[in-house]
Design a protein around this ligand. Structure first.
Ligand SMILES: Cc1cc2nc3c(=O)[nH]c(=O)nc-3n(C[C@H](O)[C@H](O)[C@H](O)COP(=O)(O)OP(=O)(O)OC[C@H]3O[C@@H](n4cnc5c(N)ncnc54)[C@H](O)[C@@H]3O)c2cc1C
Ligand code: FES
Ligand code: FES
Length: 1339
């Protein structure tokens, strides 16, 4: 093979130079495989920039890149995903990370201050990325409006906050707000209208004090490094070559050089944004030996309008540059811009801004993805590519049906380079429109994209030309040529619709095995989207004869600034004391989150001789291991060791939180694809990741492979001891004596936790002791299990957790999978060992929320009063028990939701399947079980022809009622919450308005629904209802508090500081909590079940009381003294200034055998009302408004509690509507990252979101009259699900479908569309063939 260097010019640069936060970095031997993220975190130790997914889908790694543009003599700033940014691409650029804009020691940047003080961070893991997206926006635009904020944050996800507080914090950067605050005292009208801070209540009654924010001044920003301006040409134009072990990066200076290299080395890959190549390299393990960057080639970086009335887009032009250019062009030229408008509109929904800022149009074309958003448009408008190669010269190639030759293949040869794309202008009688339907509106790849281009005769409206192009309907972008031909010569009227529908239905063939699944939906979309286009053109040619159909989407979703209101009470006596209980104190770490100073597990500094560990997983769901051979992997000198079952005695190879039914390393049989077979330990992360794929495992497949609940029912595959039974009253009698009996079922899918910080662990051996730092909600368990596996006493193993980047139950038990091998490796190798799950590993192995099938049968009377009910609950528990036994109990205890059911039988089945073990998730069993009760109430209403509200109210629990587990409801506020929510949401009035709206709209429907919730607070097991605290007062009066619970964003540490502050009567600034450590508070229980504030709050008070007692004599001696004086006096008098506090909750009286006695400490109640709008043609929806009333007793901290309500609601919203885990029929997890699994984003929050805390409802059973909050509000998001169902009901009625229908959870766009049955779905459904094994199954 020829040597690349022989063909390159002599004067070439081999060192990479760039600036980070103003400091020059010279990297003499950059490795082209390094990403900017890796370099920042590992080489520069700038760990503020986080790893969340590695695929550009979460925004946690956002940094700002700045570049000097010489012709324009300005600096351009863009937000980028550092995880996809090749380090080699930033030669001559300035990088700004979150550390570079401000810190808590010197100066905070206003963006950091405002997100923190507006309560916009909880776990804080997403915060630096969000800060940097906002910062880049402000650096680019001096005046911003809400659309700018929403667009800038399209590529950022947060799993904790529910986004509302972030939005509120950032709205203060909008021109109007800054303007008002900079002209204090002047009574100018404010364009924020009712949102104007001057119209608001006292700052004291707000969740944050806007008026005290630092003003934002763009002039205070750091200057761009002058060297990059002065030496621009050297940096921007020199020939670069960076050689790595496997990959070489080349940046030629001229097109000739580029073509020359391409011709000599055809396997060379051109790289522009790396948003496709980066993902291929990371996840598909592709290696491209030479990467060729065209960034210095002028011809490829230009965008212009040519004489021939086309826009010529250079191949290295980014999508943001294209969007900006076209927007300007459209503004200046009204004619001929229909295609451009379609592209601009489409780009808004294309990825997030971080991706658009670097990705290219040509990169999209050449990737040739069948679900590309832009290729259907380019095909529909017959764009031309300019292609060049050394041997064939320059040619033009049209993008038509033949251009995409097969899956991800195009008609361009390996030695050819695309130079530009020509996009033609449109003619006057031409109509052009593109539509995209995705699971989530923002930052999602499409399910189906359509682009339609027709030309009509000006006088007759007869079609003269037509191109109907689609993405998502086969292995390539396609043009429905037959259908396009058929409509030529037709009038643009109703007859045409029939012709097109018949033709498309025949021409576009999909069967249920088609990759991507949803065959009937995708096909229906093709027709529905054309129908939208038909209406759009008809509107145009008939001067808006048809009303109520929007001309692009069914409705505009992002046009309004979201509104919100939070109502809470600040007790008068709290207002001016250092007692902060009940005050909206910001999260104790909020500023550190926002500045990137907050340290998470993988932010721990690299230690000398540190090793990296990767797990080897089974690739079969159920099989016998016939051989295991790591020899190939061990050949790499960087690979240090391989651990497997043979390294542990059999009895020490088991673990589990309740039953030890899992192996640390599978020995003989694998029972799911998540089964850990071994662990590779290497000197570097990349060596470990490569080596794990070289471990050779052979299997003998075993049968059966049980994946779904139905599989388990068919095979009778349940965990032994199940069903779990719960019975009250006489169910047979109840059914016998009833007027009505109705049965039904409801199904819910798996939900991925998607905490932003993936599971990680870091273990260090010191002498014969082991320290484990891990992302766990239960570090005490990790330490104990590690000690058992290593056969050492627990006192030699300390586990520590400073904070975790979200847990939601997912880090309660499953992190052992990783932490135990790390502990074993560190102990045995006597070296520090680190491990971090990649997002795809995390999603495949750590389990999910249990999928549920609930079959119910209910007996009721003429009024709708429930007489009895039977619930059979089936939960897919996966391949091990984990904590599923507790989960199914909670489900059984919550299947009544808020309704009195006098006679009941509940059977809870735990299905044993060959799936990753499912685990705890916020709400545990209840969000699914309570859905059963809601379905029952609605079925009764439907049977009797009565309203849901009426049936709900007559069955709603009242004070003193006995639940089905015979607990008497004391201080039951459900009815108060219900009525307050009806009032605050103007329910009846809006219900009428919704009905009116639905009467006059056919293709958009609204729905309004309420749901109540009642959530029992307790683990339900005595041993778990205990908590410990350690309180230390230092000589200077500062207080260090440690508790057994961990901080995962829920504000536990903040609340505990508040509690200690009140109990000790010292200012919160004197109190600090540094981390949870098992050597400070031993034997702690998992931080879970929403009870941590209750348990640790009491333990903290106990510790404070002990120390208060010891300080009391000194207070008496010196009544005018201050805290420091008393502490000092106590110390001088040899008083012990540290104390442990402990709390054991009252014994649980519940007797499981007799189903009697109080099970829960108390209940948290709440009610929500949501209004939605759906697009009946696509299944898209938007929440228009949500009102929540929640009884949290006397809130310890309304900001944290409202944050928990909003965060839980949005997480629940994801569960009930959007988050669909996909599994193959053989048990493979197909949803492996943010690209394929969609959690709600910024634009999904309700357009109006109001939360009220019920006033005057103190709770005598918890700390300072408060109530637990973490999990209870999640179920309230079911109000959205039922509102969607109401909207669908209206659509079905219009189409003549009056029967009840089942809607499964999540109510995805596909399910909504297919439930809105109409002439399109009726026409499509019979054409979908079974076609062999389906692509995916519902687990
Ligand atoms: C988070 C995320 C979200 C995304 N969302 C969307 C979306 O909503 N819709 C969508 O359609 N796509 C989406 N994509 C896919 C991807 O971003 C696009 O395909 C993008 O346009 C690729 O451009 P790039 O410059 O980054 O390509 P690169 O990764 O740099 O290159 C892609 C391919 O094009 C080739 N190539 C590039 N330039 C040339 C040239 N001049 N001549 C010959 N070959 C060339 C490369 O060799 C490579 O094979 C998304 C990707 C990510 C990571
Ligand atoms: S880590 Fe880069 S986008 Fe998620
Ligand atoms: S605060 Fe956003 S992910 Fe936790």
């Amino acid at each position: 093979m020829e040597n690349l260097e022989d063909f390159l010019p002599q004067n070439r640069e081999t060192s990479l130079v760039f600036f980070v936060n103003g400091k020059k970095v010279i990297e003499p031997s950059p490795n082209p495989e390094w990403t900017l993220l890796w370099y920042l975190r590992r080489k520069l130790q700038l760990t503020g920039t986080k790893y969340g997914c590695g695929e550009g889908g979460c925004g946690a790694c956002t940094v700002m890149i700045s570049q000097y543009l010489q012709p324009e003599k300005r600096v351009k700033h863009i937000a980028v995903n550092a995880c996809l940014m090749p380090l080699c691409a930033i030669h001559g650029f300035a990088v700004t990370t979150v550390e570079g804009i401000g810190n808590t020691q010197d100066r905070l940047h206003p963006v950091q201050e405002r997100i923190a003080k507006a309560h916009g961070s909880q776990c804080g893991f997403c915060t630096p990325g969000i800060v940097m997206s906002m910062y880049a926006l402000l650096r680019n635009k001096s005046k911003i409006d809400y659309d700018d904020i929403e667009t800038a944050l399209q590529g950022n996800l947060c799993r904790c906050t529910g986004y509302r507080p972030i939005v509120e914090g950032f709205k203060t950067f909008m021109e109007a707000w800054e303007g008002v605050n900079n002209v204090k005292g002047q009574n100018k009208p404010c364009s924020l209208g009712n949102d104007c801070c001057r119209l608001k209540k006292d700052d004291d009654e707000e969740l944050f004090t806007k008026s005290k924010f630092l003003p934002y001044s763009p002039t205070q920003e750091p200057i761009f490094p002058p060297e990059l301006v002065l030496e621009h040409d050297r940096y921007a134009k020199s020939f670069l070559i960076f050689r790595g072990e496997n990959v070489t990066w080349v940046r030629p200076q001229t097109l000739e050089e580029l073509l020359f290299i391409k011709s000599k080395f055809p396997e060379t890959k051109i790289v522009v944004g790396n948003t496709e190549i980066g993902v291929e390299v990371k996840f598909k393990k592709k290696i491209y030996p030479i990467l060729l960057s065209p960034s210095a080639i002028e011809e490829m970086n230009k965008i212009s309008v040519t004489d021939k009335k086309i826009v010529k887009v250079g191949a290295a032009v980014t999508l943001t540059e294209l969007q900006d250019f076209l927007k300007d062009y459209i503004q200046e030229n009204s004619a001929g811009t229909k295609t451009f408008k379609a592209i601009v509109d489409m780009l808004h929904w294309f990825a997030g801004s971080q991706v658009r800022n670097v990705a290219s149009l040509v990169g999209n074309i050449m990737t040739a993805s069948p679900i590309s958003d832009l290729n259907p448009i380019l095909m529909a408008c017959s764009s031309l590519l300019t292609i060049s190669s050394l041997d064939k010269g320059t040619q033009k190639v049209i993008i038509d049906q033949s251009f995409f030759t097969s899956y991800r293949k195009v008609k361009v040869t390996d030695n050819q380079v695309v130079l530009a794309v020509d996009i033609p202008l449109t003619e006057e009688t031409q109509y052009f429109k593109a539509y995209k339907q995705a699971r989530r509106r923002d930052d999602d790849i499409s399910i189906v994209t359509a682009a339609f281009n027709v030309k009509l005769d000006k006088h007759t409206n007869i079609v003269s030309e037509a191109k109907l192009c689609y993405g998502g309907m086969g292995p390539t972008t396609i043009c429905a040529e037959k259908s396009s031909d058929k409509i030529k010569g037709c009038y643009w009227n109703k007859d045409l619709i029939k012709i097109v529908f018949d033709s498309l239905n025949e021409e576009l063939q999909l069967d249920s095995s088609a990759p991507g699944g949803m065959a009937a939906y995708r096909k229906s979309l093709c027709l529905s989207l054309f129908f939208k286009f038909y209406i759009y053109v008809l509107n145009k040619v008939n001067n808006n004869e048809i009303k109520n159909i929007d001309d692009s989407r069914a409705y505009k979703v992002s046009s309004s600034t979201p509104k919100s209101m939070q109502c809470f009470e600040i007790k008068e006596n709290n207002k001016n004391s250092c007692d902060t209980i009940g005050k909206p104190i910001p999260h104790a770490s909020a500023l550190k989150h926002a500045t990137g100073e907050a340290i998470y597990c993988d932010d721990m500094p690299i230690l000398n001789e540190e090793l990296f560990l990767c797990l080897v997983f089974s690739t079969e769901s159920h099989a016998r291991i016939t051989s295991l051979d790591p020899s190939k992997a061990l050949l790499d000198p960087d690979v240090v060791a391989f651990f497997s079952a043979s390294d542990l005695p059999k009895e020490r190879n088991y673990f589990g939180p309740i039953f030890k039914d899992e192996e640390i390393f599978a020995k003989e049989i694998v029972t799911s694809r998540a089964h850990v077979i071994g662990a590779i330990v290497a000197k570097t992360e990349s060596a470990a990741r490569k080596a794990k794929d070289l471990v050779n495992v052979t299997y003998e497949k075993l049968q059966p492979v049980i994946v779904t609940i139905e599989d388990a029912i068919n095979h009778g595959s349940f965990y032994s001891g199940y069903p779990h039974k719960l019975e009250k009253g006489n169910i047979e009698e109840a059914f016998k004596g009833s007027n009505y009996i109705r049965d039904g079922y409801i199904r819910t899918g798996a939900q991925e936790h998607f905490y932003l910080e993936t599971v990680s662990a870091f273990a260090t051996r010191k002498e014969d002791e082991l320290e484990i730092i891990c992302t766990s909600q239960n570090p005490a368990e990790i330490a104990l299990l590690a000690a058992e596996a290593l056969a050492i006493p627990n006192h030699k193993v300390v586990a520590k957790v400073k904070r975790i980047g979200g847990g939601f139950g997912g880090k309660e038990s499953r992190p052992s999978l990783l932490a135990l091998p790390v502990a074993i490796a560190a102990y045995k190798l006597k070296k520090p060992v680190r491990a971090v799950f990649d997002r795809d590993e995390d999603m495949q192995v750590t389990g999910h929320r249990h999928p549920f099938l609930i079959k119910y049968k209910v007996a009721f009377d003429n009024n709708g009063k429930i007489l009895g009910a039977i619930f059979d609950i089936y939960a897919n528990a996966g391949s091990s028990m984990d904590i599923s036994c507790s989960m199914i109990e909670r489900a059984s205890f919550h299947v009544d939701n808020c309704y009195y059911i006098p006679n009941i039988r509940v059977n809870g089945y735990l299905c044993k399947t060959n799936m990753p073990s499912n685990t705890a998730f916020r709400g545990f069993g209840s969000p699914k079980a309570m859905l059963g009760a809601e379905a029952v109430i609605r079925d009764i209403a439907s049977t009797l022809g009565k309203s849901y509200e009426e049936i709900a109210t007559i069955n709603l629990y009242k004070e003193g009622d006995l639940t089905h587990f015979n607990q008497s409801l004391k201080y039951c506020t459900i009815s108060r919450c219900w009525h307050e929510c009806i009032d605050s949401s103007s329910y009846w009035q809006r219900k009428k308005m919704v009905e009116e709206y639905n009467r006059s709209n056919r293709w958009q429907k609204k729905g309004l629904a309420m749901v109540p919730t009642k959530y029992g607070i307790s683990f339900g097991v005595d041993v778990l209802m205990q908590g410990g605290a350690l309180l230390i007062i230092y000589k200077d009066g500062s207080v260090l508090l440690s508790i057994g619970g961990i901080e995962m964003g829920q504000g536990l540490f903040t609340k505990m500081i508040q509690v200690a502050s009140k109990a000790l009567n010292v200012d919160i600034s004197k109190i600090h909590i540094n981390e949870m450590a098992t050597d400070k508070v031993p034997n702690s229980v998992p931080t879970a079940a929403s009870v941590s504030s209750d348990l640790y709050g009491m333990a903290v008070i106990n510790a404070c009381n002990i120390l208060n007692e010891r300080l009391e004599p000194f207070k008496i001696q010196n009544p005018d003294g201050k805290w420091e004086d008393w502490v000092s006096a106590a110390h001088l008098n040899r008083v012990n200034l540290s104390a442990t506090g402990f709390y054991a909750a009252p014994k649980i009286e519940y007797n499981r055998e007799k189903n009697y006695g109080d099970l829960f400490e108390y209940f948290t109640y709440g009610v929500a009302c949501s209004e939605v709008i759906i697009d009946c043609l696509t299944g898209d929806h938007q929440v228009l408004r949500t009102d929540i009333v929640m009884d949290l007793g006397e809130s310890l901290n309304p900001a944290i509690d409202i944050g928990q309500i909003e965060g839980a609601f949005i997480q629940g919203y994801g569960f009930y509507t959007m988050e669909e885990m996909l599994f193959s029929p053989t048990g493979e997890v197909l949803s492996r990252g943010p690209g394929t699994y969609k959690i709600p984003g910024f634009s999904d929050i309700p357009k109006e979101f109001n939360v009220s805390l019920l006033k005057g409802a103190p709770n005598p059973r918890a700390v300072y009259s408060s109530k637990a909050v973490g999990e209870p509000p999640l179920f309230l998001a079911a109000s959205v699900f039922f509102a969607i169902k109401e909207a669908i009901k209206s659509a079905r009625k219009d189409a003549g479908f009056y029967s009840d229908f089942t809607l499964e959870v999540p109510a995805t766009c596909a399910r909504i569309r297919m439930a809105c049955e109409d002439h399109i779905t009726e026409q499509v459904k019979p054409t979908i063939n079974a076609g062999g094994q389906p692509w995916n199954v519902t687990s």
